[in-house]
Structure formats: C-alpha cells, structure tokens
Design a protein around this ligand. Structure first.
Ligand SMILES: [Zn+2]
Length: 269
C-alpha cells in the first residue's frame, strides 16, 4: 500500500540508474531516509533534475512505499546550499556529514530532530561558519544515533565538572585529572581538545559563533574524535578519507606556489 506524500527533505545523494533513470535518496522530516526512483530523470529539462541536485532541500511530493522503491513526482520550494556546491572543501565536509547520516540511522526511521540538526549544520556551513568545527560538533552529537551514550560532562568516577579531563574507554566517558591514575589506557588526549569536545557534546548551534580554534587544537580534536570513531563506530567512508587527504594536498599546492614565486625566471626559460 502506498499513498501520495508531501514531505520536507534534504537530498542525501543521487545516482544514475540504467540509462534514463535515477535513484535519489532523500532524508525527509516526516518519514526518515527514503530512496526514490525517478523515471526519465536523465531527460533534458526534467524539472526534478535541478530539485534533486546534491545539497538541495525543499518539499518533495511522491509515493512513499514501506517496502521497495518510492516514486518521486514533483518538488517545490527547493533551495540549494550554493556555497557548499561551489567550494570543493565545503563539498567535502558536507558530503561526509550526509554520509554519516546515511550510516547512522536505518531507512524510514522517523527522526525529525536529526533532520533539523543536519539541515542547520549545513546551513551554517553554507553561511561561512567553520566547517571543521561544525563537522566535529556533528560527529560528537551523532554518537547516540550509533547507540553510544558517553558521559562528557561529569567525571565518570567522582562527578567533577571542572579542570582537565581525558576520555576513558573503560569508564565509557570522561574522567578527571585526579582519577587519571585509575586508567592507564585512557586516550591521553590533549586537555584542550577534551575541553572543546566536552563543549561540543551539548552546544547549541546558536553558540558556535563564539568559537575560534588554532590549527593545532583543531588537529588534536580531529585526532581524538578519530580515535573514538575507530574504536566504537568502525566505519570507513571515502568522504572522510578525502578530508584527511585534503590537508596534505593543500600543503602541496602551497609549496608549488612558493616554488613558483621563488623562481620567477622559470617561466621565461
Ligand atoms: Zn574524577
């Protein structure tokens, strides 16, 4: 049984299906993630082509089936995150966030809170807020969707909320400096990184404008969240690998530019 539904949605991805058709996965506010079939999507001037571009969101109308494919018929009020679409670095972070959503919850699982959170994170990224900080906040707050309920605020042993903290797998959360000796195998993460990760665990998006981090602290945060994801989530995403590689080739590009300006005669030869 199926009916015509009108849902708010965010495009997760689309891919070609046979010669003329397309499969589009949409994270909807009302029905969770839904895979839609679009007949003749590759035809020129199909109005749904623009409406299903990556990093678009709007109202989508179609038949949603509980089993098998659903069918997309129309769309309205569609908008795009233009800056994300046009900037390869922002595209990389936003793609990773959408990939995480896709693995974190099952299809057709009602989760309007995660829908709103994902849309708001991408909106802020599109408006120019720091993509690394937004990605880190998303990663930390998404952990409970993987069934991971870590304690981030209070020391798991004595309840302390001030001072230096570290992450402990044995205690499934943070422990304070006084209790470090109880777990030799704690993460030995930088206290600064832990300070911000604890903050990210409960931060509201209105507060993020006040955060500015050095490259060094960002790297420490990245390293610590990677350890948590490797130990507990255990997924491999190409988009994450791309982000990791990005910092490397960013440096290569910078080196090339310096090389050029160091040898101004090179071009003349
Ligand atoms: Zn303690």
């Amino acid at each position: 049984m199926s009916e015509v539904n009108e849902v708010n949605g965010l495009i997760l991805f689309s891919k070609k299906h046979r010669d003329k058709d397309k499969l589009v996965k949409i994270f909807t506010e009302q029905q969770g993630k839904v895979m839609f079939f679009m007949r003749n999507a590759m035809k020129k001037n199909n109005p749904l082509t623009a409406a299903t571009q990556p990093f678009s969101y709007g109202t989508y109308i179609g038949k949603i089936n509980q089993d098998g494919l659903s069918f997309l018929n129309a769309a309205k009020n569609v908008e795009s995150f233009r800056n994300i679409q046009q900037d390869i670095f922002l595209t990389a972070y936003a793609t990773y966030i959408l990939n995480l959503v896709d693995v974190a919850i099952d299809d057709q699982t009602y989760d309007p809170a995660l829908y709103g959170f994902t849309r708001d994170i991408l909106k802020l990224m599109d408006e120019g807020k720091d993509p690394e900080i937004l990605t880190n906040i998303f990663e930390i707050q998404l952990l409970n969707r993987f069934g991971l309920e870590f304690e981030w605020i209070h020391c798991r042993i004595c309840g302390e909320v001030h001072g230096k903290f570290d992450f402990s797998s044995a205690y499934l959360g943070v422990i304070c400096e006084k209790d470090f000796y109880r777990d030799e195998r704690r993460y030995h993460a930088s206290p600064k990184a832990m300070h911000f990760i604890r903050m990210f665990s409960s931060i509201s998006l209105e507060q993020i404008h006040s955060i500015s981090l050095s490259a060094e602290v960002k790297q420490e945060i990245r390293r610590t969240i990677d350890m948590i994801y490797e130990e507990y989530v255990g997924i491999f995403l190409k988009s994450k690998k791309f982000i990791d590689d990005m910092s490397n080739w960013q440096n290569i590009l910078l080196d090339k530019q310096t090389e050029k300006s160091d040898n101004p005669s090179k071009d003349i030869d």
